[in-house]
Design a protein around this ligand. Structure first.
Ligand SMILES: Cc1cc2nc3c(=O)[nH]c(=O)nc-3n(C[C@H](O)[C@H](O)[C@H](O)COP(=O)(O)O)c2cc1C
Length: 156
């Protein structure tokens, strides 16, 4: 599957259990796809037991930012394993907060989506989270960040 070129997205959600104001959580993902147009559904595959899997088991609202080629450092920081807190990772990032999902939507992303979980399907060591798209916006016109054979790539 390393030979299947993929776009890179950042999945975000707000952990409202985490203190009075909550904590934003982000996770880099390539296992993300469009599922249905009517109704509009998308899917992300989350490793069972990952922080985002734990969070989305409780929090039905989440955001997606489709990363641009210049946003490789963002993909890198949200893919680090064993990080303690995501708070600092968002601190120096330009983002807006989704009006529907309350999660960070990354500034300069090619597109952003706000979703509500519609279905969860356990699949081996991952869970497929199907979300209904409640809001969508197109962003900049840069090239996409892609991932192929274990490396980030630019589409040229
Ligand atoms: C390019 C790339 C794509 C990834 N895609 C996914 C994905 O689709 N689903 C997933 O669960 N983890 C994916 N990961 C791994 C997560 O980003 C990573 O495990 C997570 O941020 C670390 O948190 P954790 O310790 O809770 O797993 C990907 C990592 C990279 C570098």
């Amino acid at each position: 599957m390393a030979r299947l070129a993929a776009g890179v997205v950042l999945i975000t959600a707000r952990d409202t259990d985490h203190g009075p104001r909550g904590e934003d959580v982000g996770m880099t993902a390539t296992a993300f796809m469009s599922v249905s147009l009517d109704p509009p559904l998308v899917l992300v595959s989350l490793r069972t037991g990952s922080r985002m899997d734990d969070l989305l088991a409780e929090q039905p609202l989440w955001g997606v930012s489709v990363l641009a080629e210049s946003q490789r450092p963002i993909a890198g920081r949200f893919a680090m394993k064993g990080r303690v807190s995501d708070r600092l990772l968002f601190e120096d990032l330009a983002y807006t907060r989704g009006e529907v999902c309350g999660a960070p939507l990354i500034g300069g992303a090619l597109a952003t989506l706000e979703c509500r979980t519609e279905q969860r399907v356990e699949a081996g060591d991952h869970v497929l989270v199907v979300g209904r798209v409640l809001a969508a916006a197109a962003g900049g016109d840069d090239g996409p960040l892609t991932y192929f054979k274990g490396r980030y790539r630019h589409l040229r």
